[in-house]
Design a binder for this molecule. Structure first.
Ligand code: NAD
Length: 348
């Protein structure tokens, strides 16, 4: 237990529509926000096909499909998105896809204050946060601004049935990372702790099912609900897990995979100093060793388990350790440069 309760609860309010087939309601949800000229944002490839589906439903309510989102929102990608919004005189952004697409929509809203409707199809949780991450060279910049919070989220689990096992697994592990970290940050609140435990319970039981059988509708729904709650608790703050993933992301490593790989190691490092978080995770994961339970889950997933497999250059360990240590994270225990070097070595 925290010796003294002290927190600021600042989780943004949002309208959330959750239903199988909810995508068909995108037009009326746009109308509610007075969006009559929507720019639809997506990633290329499978994301673009989803984007096309949305523009087809919107008809004259859409002024264009901008399917050029890229992970970590590089500066040039943000500028191109902004130009598309201005050129089309869009009065709202409707984004469909994962955290990469949602990131680009947020970058556009950050400059224009246009309202966003998010239709998430992965478990990144970005749709529920006021956080925008962008990259400029080797550094990732994060801003927090209420302008980038999607006004409405439409969750349609049907859209996630075709999410590839690797993306389901990696973005699901990202959601788990949000939940775990939410339990040991200083700024945790009774609401975020409750949401985090509920999300852990759902994703702990359903992510392995959804990864093994993507067409399992109940498991997909469970994971998507968990992703929403995980995103909501991420708004309360972050510590070592997210700082480390953030610095690794700046080096160009894939975001969700990096989260997944370091999570069991960060848990091993932190949980002994966070008995309340440990007890809650033991309950949610039905395991006496939550770090081991997560490591075992990861082992069965079709995604990398080691930093060396995703291109981490060991020679960058000191740089990463220095960047993380500069954050002076103390909850639940000091994240020193030495500690980070050890975590990186164990995860390598
Ligand atoms: P992603 O958005 O990059 O998606 C991964 C791949 O899956 C893409 O190729 C995409 O086109 C494809 N895809 C998405 N939905 C699909 C579907 N339904 N069917 C088939 N293919 C589909 O991955 P992600 O893990 O969702 O997001 C990662 C990004 O999100 C990172 O840039 C990260 O920094 C950011 N993020 C931000 C926050 C925040 O609060 N700001 C939180 C979490 C993650």
């Amino acid at each position: 237990m925290k010796a003294e309760a002290a927190f600021t609860h600042d989780v943004p309010p949002q309208r959330v529509v959750f239903a199988s087939g909810a995508l068909s309601r995108v037009g009326e949800e746009a109308e509610r926000l007075n969006i009559g000229r929507a720019l639809v944002v997506a990633t290329p490839g499978s994301g673009e096909r989803l984007g096309k589906k949305v523009t087809d439903i919107l008809g004259a309510q859409a002024v264009g499909l901008h399917a050029q989102a890229v992970i970590h929102v590089p500066k040039a990608v943000a500028e191109a998105g902004l130009k598309a919004a201005r050129d089309t005189k869009a009065d709202g952004v409707i984004v469909v896809g994962g955290g990469s697409a949602i990131g680009l929509a947020k970058a556009i809203a950050f400059e224009t204050a246009l309202p966003i409707i998010a239709i998430p199809t992965t478990y990144s949780g970005s749709e529920a946060t006021p956080i925008l991450g962008m990259t400029d060279g080797e550094r990732k910049i994060t801003v927090r601004d209420s302008k980038v919070v999607p006004r409405t989220i439409i969750y349609d689990p049907d859209l996630t049935l075709g999410l590839p096992p690797a993306v389901s697994a990696s973005s699901g592990m990202n959601a788990i990372a949000h939940c775990v970290e939410a339990l040991w940050i200083d700024n945790r609140t009774p609401v975020t702790v409750g949401l985090s435990c509920e999300a852990m319970l759902r994703i702990g039981r359903s992510l392995p099912v959804a990864v093994a059988d993507g067409s399992n509708q109940p498991a997909r729904s469970d994971c998507l609900i968990a992703a929403w709650l995980a995103g909501a608790v991420l708004s309360a703050g972050t510590a070592l897990q997210h700082k480390l993933a953030h610095v690794l992301g700046g080096l160009g490593l894939p975001h969700a995979e990096a989260h997944a790989i370091i999570l069991p190691h960060v848990m091993r490092f932190n949980l002994e100093a966070a008995p309340e978080a440990k007890a809650r995770l033991e309950d949610a994961l039905v395991s006496g060793d939550p770090a081991d339970a997560i490591a075992n889950m990861l082992r069965k997933f079709p995604i990398p388990e080691r930093l060396r497999e995703i291109g981490f250059d060991k020679a960058k360990s000191d740089f990463v350790a220095g960047e993380v240590a500069a954050g002076k994270i103390t909850a639940p225990r000091p994240a020193t440069a030495d500690a980070v070097r050890e975590i990186l070595a164990a995860a390598y």
